[in-house]
Design a protein around this ligand. Structure first.
Ligand SMILES: [Zn+2]
Length: 176
């Protein structure tokens, strides 16, 4: 499916016809019909997740934060800030972006003309979305995070639902 969705990235030639596994031609109008079923958020997520189109990330984050800010558990300014941080983590988690920002994925940092193992990722270059590092990004303890973990799970499940929708629509419309 990612191959198919690659045709939908910005700048890709739309006047081509590609063959599905059933040997019938898929036309640009088929693709358009397929995409029209999605809302903007889901559409952008499909591009970000399956086409690795990094141009959509800012807009995806905008929608993610918007959704998080409107949750019923947002009651004050602290909740609002938390919603935005959780939205960022959930989007990165859903997209599989887990490169360490401290060392940019190299696992090493320069410190006083010395190269040291990155303390943020323990030299791995990647961080896992564990309870501890999401809690760290929120400046709360792991114990405190556990109490509000359902908020994070809620945001993450929205992306899971989008993936189910995307798979379903493409399978139904195009027979992949
Ligand atoms: Zn690192």
């Amino acid at each position: 499916m990612s191959e198919f969705l690659a045709y939908l990235t910005a700048g890709s030639p739309f006047d081509i016809s590609i063959k599905s596994t059933s040997q019938s031609k898929i036309t640009p109008s088929d693709i358009a019909a397929c995409m029209s079923k999605f809302d903007t958020h889901t559409y952008l997520y499909a591009l970000g997740k399956f086409c690795l189109d990094l141009n959509v990330i800012d807009r995806l984050l905008f929608f993610g934060e918007l959704s998080a800010r409107n949750k019923s558990w947002v009651k004050n300014i602290d909740d609002l800030k938390m919603a935005e941080t959780l939205a960022k983590a959930a989007l990165s988690d859903a997209l599989g972006f887990n490169q360490c920002h401290h060392c940019n994925g190299t696992g090493e940092v320069a410190e006083k003309a010395e190269i040291k193992s990155c303390p943020n990722c323990n030299g791995k270059g990647q961080i896992n979305f564990t309870e501890q590092n999401i809690a760290d990004s929120l400046n709360i303890t792991r114990h405190q995070f556990r109490k509000i973990k359902h908020r994070y799970t809620e945001l993450l499940s929205e992306y899971n639902n989008m993936e189910i929708d995307i798979h379903f629509v493409i399978k139904e419309k195009l027979g992949f």
